[in-house]
Design a protein around this ligand. Structure first.
Ligand code: NAP
Length: 243
């Protein structure tokens, strides 16, 4: 039986790369996004034809508990189990904290942090029952050190880091490993707002001299999913030596 991975936010960027990498490694996929249903369907069709594997797709907001509940229930009904959960969906918000509205704050926290609670609440019980599972949270270096003009985003990613460490301890006796990848600058749509000069300046600051690639994050996610069961509750920084 092929193992199953559920990936949030797989229509673009890191999530899309993770979907391809896991399909190539023999996984069946359950993937979702919020606003790019057509693009998600294209990703699913491409993966299905390239890797002859099953792909379930869902369109909705991971910040909405009822959407996540439906997605998890349907995936578990149709696939029977979820071996790996990858919490990747996320959005950025750049600006002074005092300019942020309460609605923007609540939305960011729902999508970037509460979503991780939602998926874990719905999927962990089935992992505990099987006494096996891997949870991988896609975090950010800003969750480690904080960023000016990204206070809410940093708070969410810092929350994910602590969530990862705490849940790793809680689930280790059930043979479930929870780890996070704290990404530096990765070349995706999320950074499309950066001007050429900003990118050049960032590349000068990053010891590796360049942004990371989505497939490099995906390769680390796969190694966490398939690797050492004794590695638990860790936040692994992937940033070219930057922060
Ligand atoms: P991206 O290219 O913008 O992709 C984000 C993905 O998340 C898309 O598939 C998007 O789908 C989905 N998504 C957004 N809001 C959602 C929601 N409410 N419900 C369900 N899906 C949603 O960004 P990315 O760079 O790949 O980011 C992926 C993760 O990496 C995020 O958690 C981000 O914080 C983290 N990260 C990225 C970087 C970086 O430099 N790129 C650095 C550190 C951490 P729709 O467009 O359809 O909504």
């Amino acid at each position: 039986m092929k193992p199953i991975v559920l990936i949030t936010g797989a229509s673009y960027g890191i999530g899309e790369a993770i979907a391809y990498t896991f399909a190539a490694a023999g996984y069946r996929l359950s993937i979702c996004c919020n606003r790019s249903g057509e693009r998600l369907a294209d990703v699913a069709a491409q993966i299905q034809s390239q890797y002859q594997t099953d792909v379930l797709t869902y369109v909705g907001d991971v910040g909405d508990f009822s959407f996540v509940q439906e997605m998890a229930k349907d995936t578990l009904t149709r696939f029977g189990q979820i071996d790996v959960l990858i919490n990747n969906a996320g959005i950025a918000h750049i600006g002074l904290l005092t300019d942020m509205s309460v609605e923007e704050w609540n939305h960011l926290v729902a999508v970037n942090l509460s979503s991780v609670f939602h998926t874990c609440k719905c999927i962990v019980p089935s992992m505990v029952q099987r006494h096996q599972g891997k949870i991988i949270n896609i975090s950010s270096v800003w969750g480690n050190v904080g960023a000016s003009c990204e206070v809410a985003y940093s708070a969410c990613k810092g929350g994910i880091n602590s969530f990862t460490k705490a849940l790793g301890k809680e689930l280790a006796p059930s043979n479930i490993q929870v780890n996070a990848i704290a990404c530096g600058c990765i070349d995706t749509r999320m950074n499309a707002c950066l001007e050429k000069e900003d990118i050049a300046q960032l590349c000068e600051e990053i010891p590796a001299g360049r942004f990371g690639r989505p497939d490099e994050v995906a390769a680390l996610a796969l190694s966490l999913a398939t690797g050492n069961d004794y590695l638990n509750g860790q936040v692994i920084t992937l940033d070219g030596g930057w922060v």
